[in-house]
Design a protein around this ligand. Structure first.
Ligand code: MN
Length: 255
């Protein structure tokens, strides 16, 4: 297990989001993200986007499209207002790199990343690496995360890359229908091994679209795993004040 990248004590409260899958085809979710950025995010100290911010990202030369530009500008305005925004690519936007960071003002994070706060250490990941039961997916994941494969892919014209990614996405959606739910979730042993090898932190990840808080007792240490929700037309995030986690949503629940 490789070492996690470290971020030392970002400002609190820290908000965690993942799996927004932003696309111009889902304007309600895009509006929810812009409202999140100009509201809760600006009142927070830091925001961590743990992958799949975009439905797909075909390369940093894709910052030119009107939609991607509008997202980068909204991120940039929130950073300018004083909130640090960290971005860890997911499987859908793993090609979002330095060009995206320059256009949006976000700070790139490797998967995995570790953040130290006084009271606890958080381990952050997109989460797909933990879905080890899905062998087909893991083989695909290794291929597309290979630097040489990426360099070759990026030499293709943007339009070709876009249509290739759309085809892969459709195939993956079709394959999901035939796979049992357990195979697409994280592997329990992979989670325990990860927590053990990183000193029993609190793990936060997305990808599986199964929002939950899981508690573990590993080698006598209490650990937690928070799974972030995907977004469907409204904002969903996890708020961390340095001590406690609180799930939040832009939908008002009647009291
Ligand atoms: Mn994902």
């Amino acid at each position: 297990m490789r070492a996690a990248e470290f971020v030392v004590a970002p400002r609190l409260p820290a908000l965690f989001v993942a799996d927004l899958h932003l696309t111009d085809k889902r304007p309600q979710t895009t509006v929810a993200f812009f409202d999140f950025l100009s509201g809760p995010a600006q009142q927070a100290g830091s925001v961590f986007i743990l992958g799949d911010l975009f439905e797909y990202w075909a390369g940093d030369d894709d910052t030119g499209s009107a939609f991607n530009r509008s997202v980068c500008e909204a991120l940039s305005a929130t950073v300018a207002a004083g909130t640090a925004i960290y971005f860890m690519p997911g499987n859908r936007d793993l090609l979002a790199g330095k060009g995206f960071a320059d256009a949006s003002g976000v700070q790139l994070l490797a998967d995995m990343a570790s953040i130290r706060f006084e009271a606890r250490t958080l381990l952050l990941s997109h989460g797909d690496e933990l879905c080890t039961d899905d062998h087909d997916y893991q083989a695909y994941r290794l291929q597309v995360r290979n630097r040489e494969w990426q360099a070759g892919f990026l030499t293709q014209p943007l339009e070709m890359r876009r249509s290739f990614i759309e085809k892969i996405r459709d195939q993956s959606e079709a394959a999901k229908v035939g796979k049992c739910a357990e195979i697409m979730d994280v592997n329990a042993d992979a989670v325990v091994n990860l927590l053990r090898s990183h000193g029993y932190p609190t793990l936060i990840h997305g990808h599986t679209h199964r929002p939950a808080r899981h508690a573990y007792l590993i080698d006598g240490h209490r650990c937690e795993r928070y799974v972030l929700s995907d977004w469907h037309g409204h904002a969903v995030w996890l708020d961390f004040d340095g001590i406690e986690f609180n799930p939040r949503s832009s939908i008002q629940t009647p009291s």
